[in-house]
Design a protein around this ligand. Structure first.
Ligand code: FES
Length: 158
């Protein structure tokens, strides 16, 4: 079936379009809506957004490839971003990422075999004062230890 926004998301798009002087301004919010619905931005979605906003497909593709928050391939049900920038690294962020890799049996950028979790490394997520930290879906988890990470990852698999 060809891609289309759900009725509810289509209404959200109509509201988004009123906030910008040109349709181009709605490109990022619309891509977020599409990703919320489908989980990732496929070539079909790029073309659909391009048509909907009267933009060249290359423009939309450029936005998708520039921002790491847009998934360019299918991802797991949950996404875990482990910060690896200096303040987190100084407080064990690198070891934390390695711990997650070992625990999940995947490298950063990969999805667990059961499709539950995609593990990612991230640059500073602006929570340096509570390092080491990770973002799980839309929530921050801070001052992490192996024990708290164990609990978080186990909860994601339930
Ligand atoms: S360095 Fe990790 S949140 Fe800023």
């Amino acid at each position: 079936m060809a891609f289309a926004l759900t009725e509810d998301r289509d209404k959200q798009l109509a509201d988004i379009l009123t906030r910008y002087p040109t349709k181009m301004g709605a490109c990022i919010p619309l891509l977020h809506l599409c990703q919320e619905q489908q989980g990732w931005i496929s070539e079909e979605v790029v073309l659909w957004v391009s048509n909907r906003l009267d933009l060249p497909p290359a423009h939309v593709q450029g936005v998708v490839t520039f921002y790491t928050l847009f998934n360019q391939k299918p991802v797991g049900k949950h996404q875990v971003w482990v910060c690896r920038t200096l303040p987190c690294a100084l407080r064990g962020g690198v070891e934390l990422l390695q711990y997650c890799e070992k625990k999940l049996g995947v490298h950063a950028g990969e999805t667990t075999a059961d499709g539950a979790i995609t593990l990612r490394s991230a640059e500073c997520l602006a929570s340096c004062g509570t390092a080491p930290m990770m973002q799980v879906d839309k929530d921050y988890h801070e001052n992490l230890t192996p024990e708290t990470v164990d609990r978080l990852l186990e909860a994601l698999r339930k």
